[in-house]
Design a protein around this ligand. Structure first.
Ligand SMILES: Cc1ncc(COP(=O)(O)O)c(C=O)c1O
Length: 493
């Protein structure tokens, strides 16, 4: 039974209404307002009488009357509570609001919500469901003990050093410094901490970049298959989204060039390292060409290097930002894949004036991140913990990638076609056109396995006979079960 925090009853001794009537009215008002939700227990009559400083008999009389009217119910222990079925009220009187079990009122607001909502849905995972996500890490592998120790140290030090107040919106100096060293050594950039702004995940970096780079009516370009939250971030900034096709070498630059001749393109969002969702690596010649187009047409490139840590076959390709002589690139990275999405630590790299603008946006959004968390991660980066963790999990993910490939081949044979992606934590799998992807996804969910079919990433309505199947977050047993369930789902359609 739910217990209300406080029962709001204010008695007016000078009122012409009797005390027991005032109590009954106050309780009905609380039920109607949804503050006393169905299932909520009322205080015992003795307790309520004491708190209201009235005779207990008065409270008993009020409770009895409310029980008789159906507003309250009494169980065998004589406890009084709000029943799930409330009485019908007379015409002309507003029906009691249906309260949710949490006590929240489930009504539409009585004010305007301008702008359409972003086309993004959060789907909570059902119990027992195995999910081919879009390429998430296995957070069970995260070095939580080390992080917890580093966090404890950082919190104590920041507390003693009086650094737990408001600080630099660009993030902690230690983390900006550790990130710039990592980007210089691992990703071929040549940057200083002043080129870095720490953000709460790369999604916030993309949102901030969209706000800085585009105004209402400007054109932002994405590939026809891309990352929907990035599209929605640019839309939220007022940008018009234009799309170009992709082929086996990545973004079609002939189409981008033609678009730039027709429209004033301000920003191009790309994931060149492993294209999201198709995993294609943007070829070196196209990289040079893209940079040249940025020079020629004056657009900014938003480079989302979202999972650069995981590359299986050869040395990872360096990002566009490493060859950015013309300072055209806003580079965005994240600790979400290498550690955990729940840390909410990402970073932006750009010329200093852009970083200053980003910091001003951070001030408006959430002021700053968590200095202790940032310093803990900085310590782990400087001590080489994240490097060795990455090496360890890369081996595990390589095995899972190979296993998923073999399982899919075994279960679907000629009905699937895919390349073992050179990097990242997902495979892009083409299904035979005889398989209806929507039906397969529905049958899969009924069989407790979920996946994102290609149309979830499409910027147009063209059908996509493919799916992005993440392999990082499931262990070998789970992968076997998930593919088995998918095979059964295929049989069922
Ligand atoms: C392509 C891409 N960009 C950005 C993100 C956002 O990641 P985060 O905000 O956790 O860094 C994701 C998350 O999966 C992603 O796949």
């Amino acid at each position: 039974m739910l217990r209300p925090w406080v029962l709001r009853i204010i008695l007016h001794r000078d009122s012409s209404a009797s005390v027991h009537r005032q109590i009954t009215h106050a309780i009905i008002a609380e039920i109607r307002a949804g503050r006393l939700a169905p299932g909520s227990a009322l205080p015992g009559s003795r307790k309520l009488a004491e708190s209201l400083k009235v005779n207990r008999k008065t409270v008993v009389q009020a409770y009895d009357e409310l029980v008789a009217q159906g507003w309250l119910a009494a169980d065998s222990t004589r406890a009084t509570f709000v029943p799930s079925q409330l009485p019908n009220v007379e015409p002309g009187i507003r029906a009691p609001r249906q309260a949710r079990p949490s006590g929240k009122i489930a009504e539409a607001p009585d004010f305007r919500l301008p702008r359409r909502p972003p086309a993004l849905a959060y789907l909570p995972r059902a119990d027992g469901m195995l999910a081919f996500d879009d390429g998430l890490p296995d957070t069970r592998l995260m070095p939580v003990e080390t992080l917890a120790r580093a966090y404890r140290r950082a919190l104590l030090e920041a507390g003693r050093g009086n650094r737990l107040g408001y600080g630099d919106p660009r993030g902690s100096e230690k983390l900006r410094s550790a990130v710039s060293t990592m980007l210089n050594l691992d990703r071929g950039l040549s940057c200083a901490p002043d080129n870095i702004c720490i953000v709460r995940g790369s999604q916030m970096g993309i949102y901030v970049a969209a706000r800085i780079l585009t105004e209402p009516g400007d054109v932002a370009v994405m590939e026809q298959l891309s990352y929907p939250p990035a599209r929605e971030a640019f839309r939220a900034a007022g940008a018009e989204i234009a799309t170009v096709e992709l082929d086996s070498e990545g973004l079609r630059l002939d189409q981008l060039e033609a678009l730039c001749r027709r429209k004033r393109v301000r920003a191009v969002y790309v994931t060149p390292h492993h294209q999201f969702p198709t995993t294609v690596v943007l070829r070196p010649e196209r990289r040079l060409y893209l940079m040249m187009l940025a020079e020629q047409f004056g657009f900014a490139i938003v480079e989302d290097d979202y999972d650069h840590e995981f590359h299986f076959d050869h040395r990872p390709m360096l990002p566009l930002a490493s060859a950015d002589r013309g300072r055209k690139v806003v580079y965005i990275g994240s600790m979400s894949k290498v550690l955990s999405p729940s840390l909410r630590i990402g970073y932006m790299h750009a010329p200093v004036p852009v970083i200053d603008r980003a910091a001003a946006e951070v001030m408006m959004i959430d002021r700053q991140g968590d200095p202790a968390g940032e310093e803990a991660v900085a310590e782990m980066m400087s001590a080489g913990v994240i490097k060795s963790h990455t090496r360890k999990v890369l081996r595990i993910y390589a095995e899972r990638r190979a296993l998923l490939g073999a399982l899919l081949q075994d279960a679907f044979g000629a009905d699937v076609e895919f390349l073992l992606s050179p990097g990242g934590l997902a495979l892009w799998v083409h299904f035979d056109s005889s398989i209806d992807m929507g039906k397969l996804a529905d049958a899969g969910r009924r069989n407790f396995v979920s996946f994102l079919s290609g149309s979830a990433f499409a910027m147009t309505d063209a059908p996509v006979e493919a799916a992005r199947l993440g392999f990082g977050s499931m262990n070998a047993d789970e992968l076997r079960q998930a593919v088995g369930r998918l095979r059964e789902a295929r049989r069922a359609i």
